[in-house]
Design a protein around this ligand. Structure first.
Ligand SMILES: [Zn+2]
Length: 153
């Protein structure tokens, strides 16, 4: 037997006439194998049994366009310039003045003063923007500012 027969005292889901929700109810009375009266576990009200609606998801959003509105509200952010984009533009503005012959290959054990040109194997040519003692520096590359290790004590 796969399905157990329901009997008085069992807990079943039913629509509560007072709570106006599908809640657990205790079976109070049954007639010919069918539940007729139930007691709500939430409000303790005893009422006729109303089976839960077949589709339980039911709650239709009041504003079906809501999700669409959220999607559009996210777009204006794209128009706003992100900091990386500003850094890239800064690099583009500075790079024509870069003297590639003076660029120093990046080495984490080297000293890099501010405005020194750095040649990084991954990021290409960049310029030291700031040195963060004891061992980091901000370098402006084509792809924006990167934080690199260096020996700057
Ligand atoms: Zn109730």
């Amino acid at each position: 037997m796969t399905t157990r027969k329901q009997s008085a005292g069992d807990i079943i889901e039913a629509r509560c006439t007072k709570c106006r929700e599908v809640l657990n109810h205790r079976i109070v009375a049954m007639v010919e194998g069918k539940v007729v009266r139930v007691e709500c576990n939430t409000c303790q009200g005893v009422h006729n049994y109303y089976p839960p609606p077949v589709v339980k998801v039911a709650k239709i959003p009041k504003n079906p366009a809501g999700s669409k509105a959220r999607a559009t509200s996210a777009t204006p952010r794209a128009a706003k310039k992100d900091p990386v984009e500003i850094e890239r533009e800064e690099w583009a503005a500075l790079s024509p003045a870069f003297d590639h012959d003076k660029a120093v290959p990046y080495d984490m054990n080297s000293r890099f003063p501010v405005r020194r040109l750095v040649l990084h194997p991954l990021f290409g040519i960049g310029i030291v923007r700031a040195v963060i003692v004891p061992n980091k520096m901000q370098v402006l590359f084509k792809d924006g500012i990167k934080l690199l290790r260096c020996f700057c004590m």
